[in-house]
Design a protein around this ligand. Structure first.
Ligand SMILES: [Zn+2]
Length: 254
């Protein structure tokens, strides 16, 4: 049996008066580049907000100045310096249990403060762990560091801090290291949307994950196909990460 297409899935939702909630995260920004310009132009053309997970330690004012003119872009905290501290043979982790917690948390707090100083109101106090991995023991301390939510990859699990996750990754990291096939991505999204609206508490927001610095033509093309299909479809709506924060926690960082 063929899986329902994304369009069919959205048509069905619209007919039932339901709406999937979609958001867009792009990782690893440090400075302005032609690829970043292309990403921001895509966001502006389709009027779809994008959250850039920015690496705090190596970034600086040039990125902040570039984003100051991009109202649809906001910034989340992508670890501290995106360095791997796991030994060879283990999956890469910056925020694992390989170093003292106090050291890791101090870096995360410094990253949040640095990006807040650079980006002001464009900063959303959400932690995006490099490689989407973080030691569970760190989670209870994130709120004390000033974070209001965590964003990794995969279905959100209940935990000590709200998770606003991504679910569909454009890139084929273990194969071509280029963009995945458009049909595969659309089918995966259709399946995730159908599951997301079954949640009793309302649709779980679905995150699209991109990495503008390594996109090939296929990855860029997918974004245009996706936004063309979804931007004006009544069966879904695109929101920004700030819209997904828990309502009582929207106060700015002190
Ligand atoms: Zn990254």
């Amino acid at each position: 049996m063929t899986a329902p297409t994304l369009r069919k899935t959205l048509d069905d939702l619209a007919n039932r008066g339901q709406q999937a909630v979609l958001w867009w995260r792009d990782d690893d920004a440090v400075q302005p580049t032609p690829d970043l310009d292309r990403l921001l132009a895509t966001s502006a053309r389709w009027q779809v907000p994008v959250t850039l997970a920015v690496i705090p330690e190596p970034t600086g004012p040039a990125l902040a100045e570039r984003l100051a003119h991009s109202p649809a872009a906001n910034v989340a905290v992508h670890g501290w310096n995106h360095r791997n501290h796991a030994p060879a043979g283990e999956k890469k982790q910056e925020l694992g249990s390989h170093r003292p917690q106090v050291q890791v948390l101090a870096e995360l707090a410094a990253g949040l403060a640095r990006l807040h100083a650079l980006h002001g109101a464009h900063l959303v106090p959400v932690l995006v762990p490099p490689w989407n991995r973080i030691a569970p023991a760190l989670l209870p301390a994130l709120a004390r560091c000033g974070f209001q939510a965590l964003s990794v990859f995969g279905p959100a699990r209940p935990g000590p801090i709200p998770a606003i996750n991504t679910h569909v990754d454009l890139m084929d990291w273990h194969g071509t290291r280029g963009g995945r096939a458009t049909d595969d991505l659309l089918a995966e999204l259709a399946k995730a949307i159908a599951a997301s609206v079954q949640v009793a508490t309302g649709p779980e927001p679905l995150g699209i994950l991109s990495h503008h610095l390594v996109h090939d033509a296929r990855a860029w093309h997918f974004l245009d196909v996706l936004f063309d299909l979804t931007r004006d479809h009544p069966g879904c709506r695109w929101v920004g990460l700030p819209d997904l924060l828990p309502p009582s926690d929207r106060a700015l960082i002190p």
